[in-house]
Ligand binder design. Structure first.
Ligand code: FE2
Ligand code: FE2
Length: 339
C-alpha cells in the first residue's frame, strides 16, 4: 500500500523495462524529468527487480520492435499478483504497433501510448496513473478504517466478542450453499463485519444492559440499522453491503425493522445475514442467558422459520450445513470463540 503522506505525481522509483531504442527513449525521458530509475532489458530481469527489496512503484515498458507478448505477460504477472498489483505499469509502443494498445490494456496496464506521441503526453499519463493509484490506496485505507471501526464498536458490546467476524463467516457458508455469486459472497463477508456498525450511536447503558430492555430502550436499539446505513451510504465500495446493514433485522413475515419489509422484499443477502446473526446469537453467551446447546438452537431456528421470522429455505440450508459434521460450521458450534 502507498504510504507517503503527500500526493505523488512522479515515480518514487521507476523501472525502465525494454531493450534497444525503446529503453533508450525511456532513459532520455527519465533523465530529463530527473526521475530516480533503474533498468531491465528483459521481462525476467524486470520481474526480479519487482520482487526484490526497494521495488519500483512504476514500471515503464518500451518493448521496441521485438515481440510484444513476453512484455504483456510480464504486465499480467505484475498486475494480477496481490503483492505487486499496486505497481503502476505503462507501455510506450513503437508507432507501428499502436494497434496493440488494446492487448496491453487487457493485460492490466494502467495506460499505453505511442512512442510517436510528444514526451510531455507520456509524462502526463504517468502522473495521471499515479493519481489514480493514490485514490485507490485511499479507498483501501477507508475500507480498513471502517472494518477497524466496526470491530471497535463490537468492543463496546461486552457480550458479542468475535460476533461480527463469525456472522460474516456463517453468512458466506450459507450464501455459498445457496448459490450466491462471488460478488455476493464478498458482500456477505464484509456485511457481517459492518452489519451492526450503527451501534456506535447506541448508548453503552442500553447496549450492555443485563436483562430485558424497556420499550423505550428497545426503540433506541432499533435505530442501529438506519444509523449504520447512514454512516456507509456515501462510500461507493460499500454499495453492495448497504442492504445488509439496513435490513438485517427485517423478517419475511413483515414484523421486522426498520422498514417492515415482507418476504422477498427483503434482499437475499440481508435474509442470509439475518439467519447467520440469529445463529451466532443462539450459540454464544448473551447478557440474559448462556449459549444454547446445538439441539435447542436447531429447534429455535426451525420455529423461527415456521413463524416467518427467518427465511425458511435459508434456515433449511443452514441446518443442512450443521448436519454436515465435517463442516467448519459444525466445529464453530462446539468451539468457544476466540477471546
Ligand atoms: Fe443488528
Ligand atoms: Fe448482529
Amino acid at each position: 500500500m502507498h504510504t507517503t503522506m503527500e500526493p505523488t505525481e512522479r515515480p518514487a522509483l521507476a523501472l525502465l523495462a525494454g531493450s534497444d531504442e525503446g529503453a533508450a527513449a525511456l532513459a532520455r525521458l527519465a533523465v530529463a524529468e530527473d526521475w530516480k530509475f533503474t533498468t531491465a532489458a528483459t521481462p525476467a530481469r524486470a520481474l526480479r527487480a519487482l520482487r526484490g527489496d526497494g521495488a519500483p512503484d512504476v514500471v515503464l515498458v518500451a518493448p521496441g520492435g521485438g515481440c510484444l507478448t513476453p512484455w504483456t505477460e510480464l504486465c499480467r504477472t505484475v498486475k494480477f499478483d496481490r503483492r505487486s498489483s499496486h505497481t503502476v505499469v505503462l507501455f510506450l509502443l513503437p508507432p507501428d504497433q499502436g494497434d496493440r494498445c488494446g492487448d496491453v490494456l487487457n493485460a492490466g496496464a494502467d495506460d499505453c501510448t505511442s512512442a510517436a506521441a510528444p514526451p510531455h503526453e507520456f509524462i502526463a499519463r504517468v502522473a495521471k496513473a499515479l493519481r489514480a493509484r493514490d485514490v485507490g490506496a485511499f479507498a483501501d485505507d477507508a475500507d480498513t478504517v471502517i472494518a477497524a471501526l466496526a470491530n471497535a464498536i463490537e468492543g463496546k458490546d461486552h457480550y458479542t466478542c468475535g460476533h461480527v467476524e463469525r456472522v460474516g463467516a456463517y453468512a458466506v457458508q450459507i450464501g455459498r450453499a445457496a448459490g450466491v455469486d462471488f460478488r455476493g459472497l464478498a458482500a456477505l463477508k464484509v456485511g457481517g463485519v459492518v452489519h451492526d456498525i450503527g451501534k456506535i450511536g447506541i448508548p453503552d447503558q442500553i447496549l450492555n444492559k443485563p436483562g430485558r430492555l424497556t420499550d423505550e430502550e428497545m426503540a433506541v436499539m432499533r435505530r442501529h440499522p438506519v444509523i449504520g446505513y447512514d454512516i456507509l451510504k456515501s462510500l461507493r465500495s460499500f454499495a453492495d453491503v448497504l442492504p445488509i446493514v439496513r435490513w438485517h433485522h427485517e423478517r419475511p413475515n413483515g414484523t421486522g425493522y426498520p422498514d417492515g419489509l415482507r418476504g422477498d422484499q427483503v434482499p437475499l443477502l440481508a435474509r442470509i445475514t439475518a439467519v447467520a446473526d440469529v445463529f451466532d446469537a443462539l450459540t454464544t453467551d448473551r447478557p440474559y442467558r448462556k449459549a444454547l446447546p446445538t439441539d435447542r438452537c436447531r429447534a429455535i431456528l426451525s420455529e423461527s422459520a415456521a413463524a416467518g421470522d427467518l427465511d425458511d429455505r435459508l434456515v433449511a440450508t443452514l441446518l443442512r450445513i450443521i448436519d454436515d459434521g465435517a463442516d467448519a460450521m459444525a466445529a464453530g458450534i462446539v468451539t468457544a470463540p476466540a477471546a
